[in-house]
Design a protein around this ligand. Structure first.
Ligand code: GTP
Length: 450
């Protein structure tokens, strides 16, 4: 797999992801016999790293793209001298200049073409040298100008060159308020491109991840580092090796997106390796964890706000009242990691519940379960649910609404026009994303069952 990190957020999140998988691959607390562990470690290194550098460090299968040298310098220098991995200097693609001005148009039409020759050369080099190439994973924020604009420009070029390769993206949505004034336009234009280019777009919302950090770790003054740890662990929980597939990226796409209109997903996790969660190590049965994940798919009734169950720990007592309403999924993949023995086996039957799926979803496409007995990051049990679910229409709808409110007042449009983004481009992007909101919204049944 080749990871492409775009812009400040993409580079920071990507760096945390590589640090997380490296820490996991070197973990001594594996819970499995040494042969099984060495198969896991081998598969993990093949996915994320290539040969050793001259100073004995694994080199990441990653390309760093940015418009600010400062950002890549920070990311590269944050690898301590005793860390086991590093980035390949040849894979750092950067141009001088102070970023992309939080403007998708500037990133896409000015900086993208400037960086494209070097970036595509680095991509070709990596793809040609991989023994078995699993596909591409792009990481970026939708809100600034580089991740969104340069990212979509380059991924379009890569898609043209590798039309049949699996392509996934991890897109970080901005906080709902208090950030960049053009973030909603940038997100709209980014999503409109990535929906066409990539096979699956995995969304992370900074507000929601912030909630997980605040409630589960109870660390005051949550910062981007904390958010990135959660995002890095979510991605690792899904993308580290599992039994039964040698290409997790294509398995994800194949199982999760049976219909071309539904290409968006989120990752829900139960029991991350966060400091406070370590207190509970080993206390939870698998059926409580699976139940916890199911509760994350509950639908709010009558527009009331529902507690985000991902900000809570699981509970070993499943309530007697279980007739909740759920948001509907097109497909879900459960990925479990850790021991499953005796009377504590993993039975994902709760996630097969027909209340969780749109009526037209065939039984066999509802839920796939992948397992890995080897512990992730030394934790007894970790579970992730990759959900292609109607809940996704809410954050997208909120952004489209805000973008439309600024658009009808023609606010900031001249900044985009001067770089070649015309009104028609906006209108096409609105139409495309509004349609996505519509099809996802129509999946849901908001009825209250009791
Ligand atoms: P320019 O700054 O215009 O060159 O674009 P960029 O893509 O480099 O911008 P950046 O990645 O900083 O995007 C801004 C958005 O990303 C804001 O919504 C921030 O909240 C978010 N962001 C920035 N850094 C991080 C990070 O390390 N983690 C997370 N989760 N979000 C980040």
């Amino acid at each position: 797999m080749l990871t492409l990190q775009f812009g400040q957020c993409g580079n920071q999140v990507g760096h945390t992801l590589f640090s997380t998988v490296a820490q996991d691959l070197y973990s001594a607390n594996t819970g499995v016999p040494s042969k099984r562990n060495s198969d896991y470690v081998q598969a993990g290194f093949d996915t994320w790293f290539k040969e050793l550098s001259k100073n004995g460090k694994h080199l990441a299968r990653a390309i760093l793209v940015d418009t600010e040298q400062k950002v890549v310098n920070t990311v590269c220098s944050s690898n301590e001298s005793n860390s086991m991995w590093n980035y390949s200097p040849a894979n750092i693609v950067c141009c001088a200049g102070g970023g992309s001005a939080n403007n998708w148009g500037y990133g896409h039409y000015i900086k993208g073409p400037q960086l494209s020759l070097a970036a595509l050369e680095a991509v070709r080099h990596e793809v040609e040298r991989a023994d078995t190439f699993q596909g591409f994973l792009a990481i970026l924020s939708s809100a600034g100008g580089t991740g969104s604009g340069v990212g979509s420009y380059l991924m379009e070029k890569i898609r043209d060159e590798y039309p049949t390769k699996t392509m996934a993206s991890s897109i970080v949505f901005p906080y709902g308020s208090g950030e960049v004034c053009t973030q909603n336009y940038n997100t709209l234009l980014t999503l409109a491109k990535f929906i066409d280019i990539t096979d699956v777009a995995i969304l992370f919302e900074n507000d929601q991840i912030h909630g997980i950090c605040e409630n589960l770790t109870k660390v005051p003054n949550t910062n981007f580092n904390d958010l990135n740890h959660v995002i890095g662990q979510k991605l690792a929980a899904v993308l580290q090796p599992v039994l039964g597939t040698t290409n997790i990226l294509s398995t994800l796409v194949h199982r999760l997106t049976p219909h071309p209109q539904y290409k968006i997903a989120t990752i829900k996790t139960s029991l991350l390796a966060l400091p406070s969660c370590q207190l509970y190590d080993g206390n939870y049965k698998w059926n409580s964890i699976v139940w916890h994940l199911k509760q994350m798919l509950r639908a709010p009734a009558l527009n009331l706000n529902l507690t985000d169950m991902e900000t809570k720990m699981p509970s070993n007592s499943i309530p007697s009242r279980t007739d909740f309403a759920y948001s509907k999924s097109v497909s879900n993949i459960l990925i479990t990691r850790g021991s499953s023995i005796g009377n504590d086996t993993i039975v994902p039957v709760e996630l097969n519940d027909e209340k969780l799926y749109a009526d037209w979803v065939p039984h066999v496409e509802k839920i796939a379960h992948l397992h890995q007995p080897r512990k992730l990051l030394g934790k007894d049990k970790i579970a992730a649910l990759v959900a292609n679910n109607s809940q996704l229409h809410r954050p997208i709808d909120a952004i489209v609404d805000k973008a439309w409110n600024t658009y009808i007042h023609s606010a900031f449009l001249h900044q985009y026009k001067q770089h070649g983004v015309e009104e028609d481009d906006f209108l096409q992007a609105f139409a495309k994303i509004e349609n996505i909101v519509k099809v996802y919204r129509e999946l849901c049944s908001e009825e209250i069952i009791s």
